[in-house]
Structure formats: structure tokens, C-alpha cells
Design a protein around this ligand. Structure first.
Ligand code: ZN
Length: 82
């Protein structure tokens, strides 16, 4: 499965890029214009999310951390499923 990005999505990403700095959707820190960032769906694609339902920038690092399985030892108590 490849990541296919539509023209509309790319245009959306560009418009967000012009609006930086904006707070990252995941960590809340500002994304600066020189940072690596991705445009993430507000509703996960797995849940049927589309760009029309909203998108928001997030750091590339935060995006990758979210898609990776949670590390076992974080020094924090295991978070429960809500
Ligand atoms: Zn972030």
C-alpha cells in the first residue's frame, strides 16, 4: 500500500505551510517553518477520515512516534485504554 496524496491534499499542506508556526496536533509545541512536519488527518484514515473532515500539521517525529508501537519502558505507568 503506497501513500497516495491527492492534489487537494498537497494544496492544503502548502496552505498550512504558509500559516506556520502552528502548534503540533500531537505534542502541542510550535511547528516552525524550518521544521520537518506532516499534515495529519484529524480523523484517522483508518476510521474513514478524509481531508474534508479536517487536517492539522504535526511534527514528522511526532507522526512517526504515533505510528510506531509504544515502547515498553517509558518510565511512565502504562496508560489505560479509554
Ligand atoms: Zn509535535
Amino acid at each position: 500500500m503506497g501513500e497516495r496524496q491527492s492534489m487537494a491534499w498537497r494544496k492544503l499542506r502548502t496552505s498550512y505551510g504558509n500559516a506556520l508556526p502552528l502548534p503540533c496536533r500531537r505534542c502541542g509545541q510550535l511547528i516552525m517553518p524550518w521544521d520537518r512536519w506532516e499534515l495529519g488527518h484529524v480523523v484517522d484514515v483508518a476510521d474513514g477520515g478524509t481531508a474534508a473532515q479536517g487536517a492539522w500539521p504535526e511534527h514528522s517525529a511526532c507522526n512517526q512516534r504515533a505510528s510506531r508501537p509504544r515502547p515498553h519502558s517509558t518510565g511512565l505507568p502504562p496508560s489505560r485504554r479509554w
